[in-house]
Ligand binder design. Structure first.
Ligand code: SF4
Length: 243
């Protein structure tokens, strides 16, 4: 099923697979998991298996049916490079994205090594942006190195939830960085200086910087609603997209 997205940096979601398994601390309060379980309880088609990884080939053709050029976030409810998604199925997803050239597809993974293995020797069309999640130094920074080796026109980082100061980041070959804090009742805090460190490095390296949200914890370290904390950083909204 595809649908309008409330995510600030995209327009639509498309989920040719659903479900996943947790791989690192960024997964702890996975939104896709709680949403999948809720949709399963509601009896929604496609969520019969809850959060268990499931291929949804009946959804493969959805983007081809939409003429209006649209930015799609691929697999908001899963990870396309999960070990249980066979490469021949991933190849079918890429074939559809290639064919639907009127659209832009944002593919984001925590399985950066598997994405790099899939992409090796393949030509990635310019309408497919490839990205990795980065939540901390230990798990996140090595994913950036794997992403750098992927032959995509746009390579991006989703630094959400940002869980610690990332220190120095090598942004060579990276075109776009999104930063966000966690929301929800179990949200972990994100400190303003951690965000500022990423923003400063992006500006220095000429990388487009997008600040998505503070989440449950505001710039002043106070807990409020996500809406009340907003998405302004240093008195400014940062909405840059890659050129
Ligand atoms: S990789 Fe993404 S979808 Fe999968 S469990 Fe982690 S946060 Fe959830």
């Amino acid at each position: 099923m595809s649908g309008n997205s409330k995510i600030e940096w995209t327009e639509q979601t498309w989920n040719p697979t659903v479900g996943c398994t947790k791989v690192s601390p960024g997964c702890k309060n996975c939104y896709a998991e709680s949403m999948a379980l809720r949709l399963q309880a509601m009896g929604l088609k496609g969520y019969e298996n809850g959060f268990r990884l499931s291929l949804r080939p009946e959804r493969l053709l959805e983007p081809l049916g939409r003429r209006k050029p649209t930015i799609y976030f691929v697999n908001s409810m899963s990870d396309l490079f999960h070990e249980k998604v066979p490469f021949d199925y991933v190849a079918r997803v890429f074939d559809i994205m290639r064919e639907a050239e009127q659209h832009t597809f944002q593919v984001l993974t925590k399985r950066a090594e598997r994405m790099a293995a899939f992409c090796a020797g393949r030509e990635i069309p310019p309408n497919i942006w490839l990205g990795v999640s980065v939540e901390n130094k230990r798990h996140g920074l090595p994913r950036i190195d794997a992403l750098r080796n992927v032959n995509a026109t746009i390579r991006f980082l989703s630094i959400e939830p940002l869980l610690e100061d990332l220190g120095h980041m090598d942004l060579t070959g990276i075109h776009w960085v999104i930063v966000g804090g966690e929301s929800g009742s179990r949200a972990r805090p994100m400190r303003a200086e951690w965000v500022d460190n990423v923003r400063r490095q992006c500006l220095n390296a000429n990388v487009a910087f997008f600040f998505k949200q503070w989440g449950a914890w505001g710039a002043d370290g106070q807990r409020r609603s996500k809406k009340a904390n907003g998405r302004s950083l240093g008195g400014q909204v940062w909405d840059a997209m890659p050129a």
